[in-house]
Design a protein around this ligand. Structure first.
Ligand SMILES: [Fe+2]
Length: 162
């Protein structure tokens, strides 16, 4: 059991390894691109080639009423500005949000919000009859970001992608 905080030591034999590439990305250098629902905007930060998930900044305009959507895998996020919620279950500035795999819900945000989100797998939109209208996965996100000129920071190797 560890009962002391880790401390810097001159006797440490494990040396830090300098990464080959920068580990930071200034998201201010990316432009907001229109996302899959009207009045929503995204900056794609990363994609997960294994799960179809992705990490993004999401901005939702005020008075936006998103359609019902579903999650194949969990979503984790941090609200950076504004607030949104599901009825009386709501989060604001610096609130952490966890949406479980299998969630089907309809958020509302009268004032709009900006959040950092990690989608552990794709999300789904539905037609009126309940059939699936769209599967928003990492590949689709990458294509949208690339076509918007905001994917140069990403290294991906999707099959059948020029
Ligand atoms: Fe959701």
């Amino acid at each position: 059991m560890v009962n002391e905080q880790l401390k810097k030591s001159d006797k440490m034999t494990t040396k830090a390894i300098k990464p080959r590439k920068p580990v930071f990305l200034d998201t201010n250098s990316l432009s907001w691109l229109p996302w899959v629902m009207e009045g929503t905007w995204f900056k794609l930060l990363n994609v997960d080639m294994k799960t179809g998930g992705y990490s993004m900044l999401l901005k939702v305009d005020p008075d936006n009423y998103a359609p019902v959507h579903g999650h194949l895998g969990a979503v984790e996020g941090m609200i950076l500005e504004g607030e949104f919620g599901y009825d009386d279950d709501r989060g604001g500035n610096m609130h952490y949000v966890w949406e479980a795999a299998g969630a089907v819900h309809q958020p509302d945000s009268p004032g709009g919000f900006t959040m950092f989100a990690v989608l552990h797998s794709p999300l789904m939109g539905y037609n009126d009859d309940g059939s699936i209208a769209a599967v928003v996965d990492g590949k689709m996100m990458y294509i949208m970001a690339r076509d918007g000129g905001e994917a140069d920071h990403l290294e991906v190797d999707y099959p059948e992608l020029d």
